[in-house]
Write a new protein. Structure first.
Length: 529
């Protein structure tokens, strides 16, 4: 018995050993699986927000600041990796980020050699329509110092009384709105832009009639052409209560969009397109066949450009001068000029995220500053601050600052608002891409006023040396996408002046002044370098 028991115990021990050996082989199989390692590297030169990286077309990684980065998903040894930029920085000065050492095979250690280099971009060309000489002036922008140099062949012939220029987002086509005369129909001129030089070549059949108004009815004032994000069609509004549009072919020739022009309630103003290019918003005024001022909204059908009317929404004022969308697209703002009837105001609408229809927010419209003419509204690029530039049409002007409730759109005046400008028929104001400075030209005092923006409260403080001398009757300021330079056309001097913006204080230093044609309007910067 003892012998048998001993043998059974021995067999049991052998069985346990075998079982243990089998279990060990299972765990050994897991331990022998390929090791996994992370992929990352360093981002340098990043100063703006919105950069998003990808690895192998997935594993999105937002990068808010320069420095080291690591993708969250590790890869097995022997796997390939490919790092790309999914989204370039979009908030702040224009930047372009490129990848070096972005692809390879994962070895037996973490990958840390990927390099992302970000550089700040500068506008490439600048154009301005000259009302009284019927032409367009063009300039190259020096990327190092912002200096303007006339493009060979400039100024380029336009049609009668050009007022605004616009370009497609790729910088290939320039559109010029010509308001015409009592004997000349309003027309839209189209030009191809030579990429290396910026020289303009007019399309074979340009200019194109853009309203059904006969020349005998007199000249019309026109809005700024609105170019669709695809670059395949363009819209333009006129004071005759019309909105026209056309598709553009490879030669730059326009074909009128079916159903255009739209004749219901469109006035002279700056309209806007939503970021997706699916909805068009155009202000209409009390003088364009409508009972009161408002915003007309249209859905856009692509690729035809055909419009479907969504509705007309009262702004609570007589003459809304523009429609501006908040960066998120959740709210639309429109300043009301009332021309002596009542104090000016700014209307705010909530935008339906699905169909683009508008609903006035509680309390809208909100009263603005001095006089009855808020000429523009500017929205901070990433803070909830809103600024209207106001004028009484003569010697008084100021800026009203609001803090916007991110949820409701309600506007509350910033402490100390309105802030005095330098007097004299203020023009549209502009915020630099960093969101730190606000500039406005004052026509009657021939100057440019600069303010620093308190990033916590939105309050404005004049920058050192402000106001800065401009030419005679400065029309409007335009800030370069880099935030380094400011350009201002001077309508009575027939010039454009270039200024450097001090990145610390916001003070302006004149770079150079160049001649234009007669009575230059608002400048347009085109392209990147």
């Amino acid at each position: 018995m003892t012998t048998v028991a001993s043998k059974l115990l021995l067999l049991g021990a052998v069985g346990l050993t075998a079982c243990s050996s089998s279990d060990k082989s299972v765990f050994a199989s897991d331990d022998s699986a390929p090791d996994k390692f992370t992929v990352g590297g360093v981002v340098s030169g990043l100063t703006s927000a919105g950069l998003v990286l990808q690895n192998n077309g997935t594993d999105d990684l937002p990068v808010p600041i320069p420095g080291e980065f690591t993708f969250p998903t590790p890869l097995a040894s022997g796997s390939t990796y490919s790092v790309t930029v999914k989204s370039q920085p979009g908030i702040g000065p224009a930047q372009s980020c490129s990848v070096t050492h972005g692809s390879g095979t994962v070895g037996n250690a973490d990958v840390t050699s990927v390099e992302i280099s970000c550089t700040t971009q500068v506008g490439r060309f600048l154009y301005v329509a000259n009302l009284d000489s019927n032409d367009v002036s063009g300039y190259t922008i020096d990327a190092r110092n912002g200096q303007l140099t006339a493009i060979a062949g400039s100024p380029f012939p336009a049609d009668r009384s050009p007022v605004f220029v616009s370009a497609d987002r790729n910088g290939r086509t320039l559109y010029v709105a010509n308001k015409g005369s009592p004997t000349t129909t309003p027309r839209l001129s189209t030009y191809s832009i030579d990429p290396p030089t910026g020289a303009l070549a007019q399309a074979p059949h340009s200019p194109f009639d853009i309203t059904n108004t006969t020349p005998a009815s007199g000249a019309l004032d026109l809005g700024k052409p609105l170019v669709h994000r695809t670059g395949t069609f363009v819209y333009i509004g006129a004071t005759a209560g019309q909105l026209d549009g056309g598709t553009i072919d490879d030669l730059g020739d326009l074909t009128q969009i079916p159903g255009m022009p739209v004749t219901a309630g469109v006035g002279l103003a700056f309209g806007t397109l939503n970021a997706a290019g699916t909805v068009l918003y155009v202000p209409h005024d009390a003088f364009s066949g409508m009972a009161a001022g408002g915003i007309s909204a249209y859905s856009i059908h692509t690729p035809s450009g055909v419009l479907t009317f969504l509705g007309a929404y009262s702004t609570g004022g007589r003459v809304p001068t523009m429609a501006v969308l908040q960066r998120s697209g959740g709210f639309l703002l429109a300043p009301n000029s009332n021309f002596g009837n009542a104090r000016g105001s700014v209307a705010v609408f909530a935008v339906d995220a699905v169909n683009g229809t508008l609903t006035a927010v509680a309390g809208s419209p909100f009263a603005t500053g001095v006089g009855t003419i808020p000429v523009s509204v500017a929205v901070h690029p990433f803070k909830s601050f809103v600024y209207t530039t106001n004028s009484n049409g003569s010697d008084a002007s100021d800026i009203t600052a609001f803090a916007m409730d991110a949820g409701t759109g309600f506007l509350a005046p910033v402490l100390g608002s309105p802030f005095a400008s330098n007097g004299g028929a203020a023009t549209p104001g502009s915020i630099d891409p960093s969101g730190r400075f606000f500039f406005v030209a004052n026509q009657r005092s021939n100057s440019i006023q600069g303010f620093s923006i308190d990033q916590d409260t939105g309050a404005l403080t004049k920058v050192p040396g402000s106001p800065f001398p401009a030419g005679l009757a400065p029309t409007a300021v335009s800030i370069d996408v880099s935030g380094r330079f400011l350009y201002c056309s001077n309508s009575a001097s027939d010039t454009v002046s270039a200024y450097a913006i001090d990145s610390t204080t916001g003070a302006l230093t004149r770079i150079n002044t160049v001649a234009t044609g007669r009575s230059p309007g608002v400048v347009e910067q085109v392209g990147l370098q």
